[in-house]
Design a protein around this ligand. Structure first.
Ligand SMILES: NC(=O)c1ccc[n+]([C@@H]2O[C@H](COP(=O)([O-])OP(=O)(O)OC[C@H]3O[C@@H](n4cnc5c(N)ncnc54)[C@H](OP(=O)(O)O)[C@@H]3O)[C@@H](O)[C@H]2O)c1
Length: 232
């Protein structure tokens, strides 16, 4: 694999950290981003100890100012990105009932999970080039064709919005030759997925790493799970 430069949001733990680990092991230069700097520095140190080329970038998707400041930091360094992985996300315990969801919970989740990811693309796209790839970490819960599960309804809505954003961004960036896709990792054992989840983080990260690096993964504007296209 050529030495690619990859930005992964939500990379201080969970699936994002595992994506960074797999890409670092494959020889990529990986920028790990998240809100929590202590956990971020610890994640970077753990991967640097393995000899991987990783750095830290603090960015809070809840804050457009934080996103703009992070993009400015990379722009000033002259960083060019081959891959942008919008992996960060939240699932709140009190996201239980769509008919009672308070407006502040709705806006918080939509901002962190969907609008923030779009703002990351808006701020960082000048660092991308022809052939670069953008990946949105969505969820089966965002599907418009699978049955509604009823769990964490606002989270699921945020992933439906993310899927719509994926299609719009793919369309907008097609002329620049940038490949844009959404994916579901399945139900993964992380702080978010819980210990009852059926998949390892290795499996959860697999399709993102494939979409990021496989020379054959050049279709744009689709939804993927296990390296296969799935219905929106
Ligand atoms: N686990 C599953 O079963 C599953 C299933 C389907 C989809 N997903 C999706 O996969 C992605 C990763 O999930 P995970 O299971 O690895 O969750 P996780 O272990 O809870 O990790 C979430 C990551 O997102 C970051 N994050 C949260 N809010 C943020 C914000 N406002 N700004 C920047 N970073 C923020 C966290 O960083 P901080 O520590 O800085 O907050 C952390 O690095 C999410 O988008 C999730 O929706 C997960």
């Amino acid at each position: 694999m050529n030495m690619k430069t990859v930005l992964v949001t939500g990379a201080n733990k969970g699936i994002g950290f595992e994506i960074a680990r797999q890409l670092g092991a494959a020889g990529c230069s990986v920028i790990l981003s998240a809100r929590n700097p202590e956990r971020g520095q610890a994640a970077v140190a753990a991967l640097q100890a393995k000899g991987y080329a990783v750095t830290w970038l603090e960015m809070d998707l809840g804050s457009p100012e934080s996103i703009a400041a992070a993009a400015e930091q990379l722009t000033n360094k002259g960083t060019a990105l081959d891959v942008l992985i919008n992996n960060a996300g939240i699932l709140l315990k009190n996201d239980q009932q769509i008919l009672e969801a308070p407006a502040d919970l709705i806006w918080q989740v939509l901002q962190a999970n969907a609008v923030g990811a779009l703002q990351v693309v808006q701020s960082f796209h000048p660092l991308l080039k022809r052939g670069s790839r953008i990946i949105f970490m969505s969820s089966d819960g965002g599907s418009m064709s699978a049955p509604v599960g009823g769990w964490s309804p606002v989270y699921c809505l945020s992933k439906t919005l993310m899927n719509g954003i994926t299609r719009q961004v793919a369309h907008a960036m097609a002329a620049d030759g940038i490949v844009v896709n959404a994916m579901s990792p399945g139900w993964v054992k992380t702080d978010m997925g819980g210990s009852g989840a059926v998949r390892s983080v290795e499996k959860g990260a697999e399709t993102a790493v494939w979409l990021a690096t496989d020379p054959e993964a050049t279709l744009s504007g689709y939804f993927w799970r296990d390296k296969q296209r799935i219905p929106w």
